[in-house]
Design a protein around this ligand. Structure first.
Ligand code: UDP
Length: 238
């Protein structure tokens, strides 16, 4: 097996990645395909942690108001992320891959409560660690949760799975002249005002000097391909 530059990675998936062609919720076939992609990455010898969003079910900022405070709405959003990791954990298990769902919001009868130490132990035992609850606090996003967990779990890279295969000079779905960057620095991302994740998430990644890979999660097999250095993506480094 070729030696990969990454020993441990954190993959950030938005909740929408689990919707497939549906408008809401969890599409079983899509969850299975993503689980297969994660297993392919594990088979390369990489330790994998996954932070999953909840936007396919609830986004706090969209539902707050009319008697629902933002912290209450964000709690609902964080619970949505737990539903997603439970689905992914079950799918990984049914494919024979050992995985542990953990949550930054304590719900011990449902999933393990996240502690850094326990997550590290799972990763060392080649279990996929699925992280729900984002940062565990309202007013944040799971992108920030992804950057936070990647930094504290000493991941070599934060891999953000998106609808497109990297960072473009403009939205490639709207502007046919948009070009994709193979490599860019954190500082250039700020200077060019490229939007790859929210400001808090990006600031944390930059501060921690955490490389970021933006790749397409829509493309089956692209996670492993990118890890092997073959897939299309954008690499952000300090
Ligand atoms: N959320 C939160 N704190 C966090 C992460 C998430 O309160 O640290 C809530 C927030 O309401 C958010 C929702 O959970 O809208 C779902 O997360 P996110 O919007 O990041 O999901 P994604 O867009 O990645 O699917």
């Amino acid at each position: 097996m070729a030696v990969l530059p990454y020993k441990r990675v954190l993959v950030k998936l938005s909740g929408e990645a689990l919707m497939g062609g549906e408008a809401f919720g969890i599409d079983r076939a899509t969850v299975r395909r993503i689980a297969e992609d994660v297993i392919e990455a594990v088979k390369l010898g990489v330790e994998v942690a996954v932070v999953v969003g909840g936007g396919n079910i609830f986004r706090g900022s969209q539902i707050a108001g009319m008697g629902l405070s933002r912290p209450a709405a964000d709690s609902m959003g964080m619970l949505a992320t737990a539903m997603n990791v439970i689905a992914l954990e079950a799918q990984l298990a049914s494919l024979g891959q050992s995985a542990r769902a953990m949550s930054g919001v304590a719900m011990p009868s449902v999933v393990e409560t996240y502690t850094r130490q326990q997550a590290m132990e799972h990763l060392a035992k080649d279990r996929v660690v699925l992280l729900a609850g984002g940062t565990g606090n309202p007013f944040f996003t799971t992108d920030t949760g992804g950057a936070l967990r990647a930094a504290e779990l000493e991941c070599n890279v934060l891999m953000k799975g998106t609808q497109v295969d990297g960072i473009y000079s403009a939205d490639p779905k709207k502007d046919p002249a948009a070009t994709r960057y193979d490599h860019i620095t954190h500082d250039e991302v700020i200077r060019k005002d490229l939007k790859i994740m929210d400001t808090a998430a990006f600031a944390l990644a930059r501060e921690a000097r955490l490389p970021i890979i933006v790749f397409s999660i829509q493309q089956p097999g692209s996670l492993a391909a990118v890890l092997r250095g073959e897939g299309r993506c954008t690499l952000v480094t300090p």
